[in-house]
Design a protein around this ligand. Structure first.
Ligand code: SF4
Length: 267
């Protein structure tokens, strides 16, 4: 069973959930900053770089009976929901929900997958919170950093579709890929968000992202500039009065907000 009961500092996914569940290894989206790929390929050597580019379904995780966790559980955490693993993800989600869990679904959404989840899980709307990862609007940035993930138009269409169907919605702007456009993007997304918009930096950039030549150097420099303390503080001041904005620990540390003290508070 691929789930983690976490007993470590409240950061990363632990800000959002008391436990995480996965049913695959690998993800075709190819994000250059991917923490899951770094962990499973570079650190743990569970699969090779090439193998990681496909979703390999873990049958035991799909067939597992999940317990009722003592708080919100996040699914998935180390892969995404994509056409090739959709049926497996639906099976796992159903067993988490049937056990009575409140589930946070995190995804760079494929519109067809979101539609399938809407069809399958309408009766569970109160127990499901969707968090769509929408890191920038500019296609030149998305195609560099997240080359195989859906474009902005598909992500916002998915958000609107969930919202129109009465689901609880939230957005993750983590990692923030375009500091200069964050406020305008928040304005565009807010009408379709019932819960929250989380904003966070790209963590451990030097360690996890490989610089491959001049072009990638420029993209990395753009992130570094946007993540300077003065830039983060200015962003915080611009958005701090927007009630649905939440700050990840990478930003709390810069602006002097206290970190959460318990797992899964999601605020
Ligand atoms: S969508 Fe998530 S799991 Fe997939 S490559 Fe991107 S960051 Fe990694």
């Amino acid at each position: 069973m691929q789930h983690e009961e976490q007993k470590r500092p409240v950061q990363g996914t632990r800000e959002w959930a008391v436990a995480t569940v996965d049913c695959c290894i690998g993800c075709p989206h190819g994000c250059r900053y991917c923490y899951a790929r770094y962990k499973q390929v570079d650190r743990l050597h569970l699969v090779t770089e090439i193998e990681w580019q496909h979703s390999r379904i873990i049958d035991s995780a799909v067939m597992a009976e999940y317990p009722l966790y003592d708080g919100q559980v996040m699914f998935p955490a180390h892969h995404d929901i994509v056409p090739e693993n959709l049926d497996a993800c639906i099976t796992v989600l159903r067993s988490l929900l049937e056990a009575g869990n409140r589930v946070l679904v995190v995804s760079k959404p494929h519109f067809d997958c979101i539609n399938a989840l809407i069809r399958n899980f309408k009766p569970y709307r109160r127990k499901l919170l969707f968090r769509l990862t929408i890191t920038a609007r500019a296609s030149r940035l998305l195609s560099f950093w997240e080359p195989e993930a859906p474009p902005y138009s598909e992500r916002i269409a998915s958000l609107i579709c969930l919202f129109s169907n009465g689901f609880q919605t939230s957005v993750s702007i983590e990692p923030m890929l375009d500091r200069s456009d964050v406020v305008a993007m928040v304005d565009e997304l807010l009408p379709y968000v019932t819960d929250s918009i989380w904003i966070g930096k790209m963590n451990k950039l030097q360690e996890r992202v490989k610089s491959e030549g001049e072009e990638s150097g420029r993209f990395i420099q753009l992130i570094e500039e946007g993540q300077r303390d003065e830039s983060i503080t200015a962003l915080y001041n611009e958005l701090k009065d927007v009630s649905k904005i939440r700050w990840k620990e990478s930003i709390k540390d810069v602006v002097g907000l206290p970190r959460a003290e318990e797992y899964g508070l999601d605020k």
